[in-house]
Design a protein around this ligand. Structure first.
Ligand code: DHB
Length: 445
């Protein structure tokens, strides 16, 4: 494995001034993290370190030895996650990496494969579970070089948004699980552990094989611009969700089983609503006037409840039925579940049976490897100790049930998890970095 030895003499030192803040850092870039890459250009890792650490100095309580390693991914839409570096974001503001370095973290960014990628033979090389295996291989590379890498490899914190948030949740829940081993061997990943310390997940687009049902459970009354067939499918999928949800036997913190009746009402719905109510009350605490929102139900100047259907109508539907496994294919997820030779496949029995293109079905194992829910109760998966899940209160890319189910199952597993639906936030991430860093500093104490 000598190829995977980190050479700490290969770097450049740079100074960047953004928004009036100066950052001096060491950049170790474009380091291959596997010996047998499917894409030699992409499967590389960048490592950035605050320069003061090399002068024996600290930033807050962090030093070159104990700084957490922050691992943001750039995955969106299940497309390839490209390598990035400190600089400005699309709005011209200091990006997350810049701010994380200023805060004292070591930052590792891995390029990871995604849908649509092909090799010279025309084979699709980014289908599931490539994205997960690449991220795991990058973590293994860091561990393999624990003595040479600045920072603490036992304090790796992944971060991502949407498909990248899903990736972060999978990284947190599947540590060292044997399912991924053959894929990691194939790309020549280091023989190391790949469990992580903590996962930050912004609006994870995950639990894909159940996301269509969850979406209709939530948006079943929002049927504008849909065909009769889509409306029928919406009703069918909405009806299927309670059976799935009840099969999970999720419990609330006080031990109540979170169930749904045939109409989709019950304690699980109250659980989802509780996060909206919490978010609204926090907004009141900040002094915002919420009196214009007719779906809020008040008691003594506090929000006591919400009218769920009116709240959903306020947000509106974004995706037509089925939201993820389209019966005519064409979604990011259909492509994610392709093979080397087949561009798109179904990943739900419902859409496969209703397919308008006689689309083939993905293997159960491939679908499983993209679903964190399938590993939380599996002792062979080493779980991250801490999770921070954020799902904007006006996000419509997936049902709020998705993050709620994830949070409830993690809670039950005895790990530390914190779900919040930030007020007025749509499908996005990294909008509260100060709070994110405070959380990281707290869990790394
Ligand atoms: C993303 C958004 C989606 O609506 C989706 O279905 C998959 C991925 C994203 O932003 O990453």
């Amino acid at each position: 494995m000598s190829e995977l030895v980190f050479d700490d003499s290969e770097y450049v030192t740079e100074t960047l001034i953004i928004d009036g803040e100066e950052l001096k850092f060491r950049a170790f870039e474009n380091i291959p993290y596997v010996t047998n890459p499917a894409d030699a250009e992409l499967q590389r890792i960048n490592l950035f370190v605050p320069e003061v650490y090399y002068k024996g100095k600290c930033i807050g309580k962090y030093s070159i030895n104990n700084a957490p390693i922050f691992m943001p991914n750039t995955v969106g839409g299940y497309m390839p996650g490209k390598l990035t570096r400190p600089g400005v974001d699309w709005q011209g503001k200091a990006n997350t990496i810049f701010k994380a370095l200023l805060h004292g973290y070591v930052v590792a960014v891995a390029g990871v494969r995604g849908r649509g990628m092909t090799n010279e033979a025309g084979e699709y090389i980014g289908v599931a579970p490539a994205v997960v295996c690449d991220m795991k291989a990058a973590v293994r590379f860091l561990r393999h070089n624990a003595d040479r890498i600045p920072g603490d490899v036992e304090k790796i914190i992944t971060n991502g948004t949407s498909a990248g948030g899903a990736l972060s949740s999978i990284m947190g829940t599947t540590g060292n699980h044997p399912d991924y081993e053959p894929y990691l061997n194939a790309i020549g990943a280091a023989d190391e552990r790949d469990d992580i310390f903590a996962a930050s997940c912004y609006c994870p687009i995950t639990n894909l094989d159940n996301a269509d049902m969850a979406y209709e459970w939530e948006f079943k009354h929002e049927l504008n611009d849909m065909t009769d067939k889509q409306k029928t499918m919406s009703a069918e999928l909405a009806k299927m969700f309670p059976a799935y949800l009840n099969s999970l036997e999720l419990k609330s913190k006080n031990g109540q089983v979170l169930t749904l009746d045939a109409d989709g009402n019950g304690l699980f719905k109250e659980y989802v609503k509780s996060f909206v109510i919490k978010s609204a009350n926090r907004q009141l605490d900040k002094g915002e006037d919420l009196s214009g929102l007719a779906w809020l139900i008040w008691e003594n100047d506090r929000i006591k409840d919400i009218d769920f259907d009116r709240y959903v109508a306020f947000r509106t539907r974004m995706k037509k039925t089925p939201a993820f496994d389209n019966i005519a294919m064409g979604t990011p997820e259909n492509e994610l579940f392709g093979t080397a030779d087949i561009k798109e496949r179904h990943f739900t029995r419902f859409s496969c049976e209703n397919s308008e293109c006689a689309g083939p079905m993905a293997e159960a194992q491939q679908i499983k490897m993209m679903n964190p829910m399938c590993y939380i109760r599996d002792d062979k998966a080493v779980k991250a100790k801490h999770y921070r899940i954020r799902h904007g209160a006006i996000d419509r890319d997936t049902s709020l049930a998705i993050s709620a189910m994830l949070n409830a199952m993690l809670d039950e597993a005895g790990v530390d998890t914190e779900l919040f639906y930030p007020w007025g936030v749509w499908h996005s991430g990294d909008y509260d970095l100060e709070e994110l860093f405070k959380w990281i500093d707290g869990v790394c104490k």
